[in-house]
Design a protein around this ligand. Structure first.
Ligand code: GUN
Length: 290
């Protein structure tokens, strides 16, 4: 069994980005600039946004956070998005989700210019991904594709089972894995809450992606000997330790790992790659590759 070290792969990609960013700054040009818009006080969102800011700093990108009150109106947020769409010194921006209940999320995403949509959530970005045209790929599935590529895992012709059909992970990942590309060219099955024989299907997976958002859902009896297992889950499990919690994924790691050819740990697998994907998208935006 080989661990897929997302932390290490992420740090290697960050080093490459830092070198490219330094070359830009040495030329006297401005650095790539990512903006994050955060509405309200959601604790997890604050942590994510702070990590994104730190990652930008690590690679020499400029980063700005707009922190808005929880009662910010939809109109005000759309005005800010319009401003960012037209600011030539901003290459890409994200609106951190979830948003307060009074704001229509899709309306906000639709307001973001597809040219600056480094989250890849805009319908145009997702449509371009479907067609295989240049676009910003959503961070988590993009990160998973990078992990497969950097680990040298053969995907062509393999049966990949994706557990979960979210708009952010399962659905876009199933498209990316089935595209005629490398990594890709897989036969993909998507399992979800309506799937009747999930365990039997999971057992046929050469590559099993656990992205259903249930802690330790995937047990050893659901995994084929020699499978590649990618764990997208991040769950805080409360305990009596000093920190008060420990982190687990969607996979029961201790019993599943011995059966795998490769497996991602949690933490330190998919997680570190998502922020790197956002940095890669920001660099693409800076270079006007989309
Ligand atoms: N909330 C959780 N993940 C994400 C993400 O990738 N992008 C944004 N904007 N919000 C999130």
């Amino acid at each position: 069994m080989q661990l897929i070290d997302g932390k290490l792969i992420a740090s290697e990609i960050k080093k490459e980005l830092a070198v490219k960013s330094a070359a830009i700054i040495d030329k006297g040009d401005r650095a790539p600039h990512l903006v994050a818009v955060l509405v309200g006080e959601d604790a997890a969102s604050q942590t994510y946004v702070n990590s994104k800011e730190k990652a930008c700093r690590d690679v020499g990108f400029t980063s700005t956070i707009y922190r808005l009150e929880a009662d910010t109106t939809e109109k005000k947020l759309l005005d800010i998005i319009d401003f960012l769409n037209n600011d030539d010194e901003v290459d890409g921006f994200i609106v951190q989700l979830p948003l307060p209940a009074h704001i229509n999320v899709q309306k906000i995403i639709n307001g973001i210019s597809p040219l600056k949509d480094v989250d890849g959530f805009h319908p145009v970005s997702l449509g371009r991904m479907m067609l295989g045209e240049p676009t910003y790929l959503p961070a988590t599935p993009y990160g998973i594709m990078q992990l497969l590529e950097h680990s040298g895992i053969e995907t062509s012709g393999k049966h990949c089972v994706v557990l979960g059909r979210s708009n952010i992970v399962g659905t876009p990942l199933s498209v990316m894995l089935s595209r005629k590309a490398n990594p890709g060219n897989c036969t993909v099955t998507v399992c979800h809450t309506g799937t009747r024989n999930l365990k039997e299907i999971a057992l046929t997976a050469d590559i099993l992606v656990a992205a259903m958002g249930q802690a330790e859902f995937v047990t050893a009896d659901m995994v084929k000997e020699g499978a590649v297992v990618i764990d997208v889950g991040i769950h805080r499990i409360e305990d009596n330790s000093e920190k008060g919690y420990h982190i687990r994924g969607d996979v029961k790691f201790d019993e599943v790992a011995p059966k795998c050819s490769y497996i991602t740990p949690v933490p330190g697998g998919v997680g570190p790659m998502t922020i790197v994907s956002l940095l890669m998208n920001t660099f693409k935006a800076y270079n006007k590759e989309v």
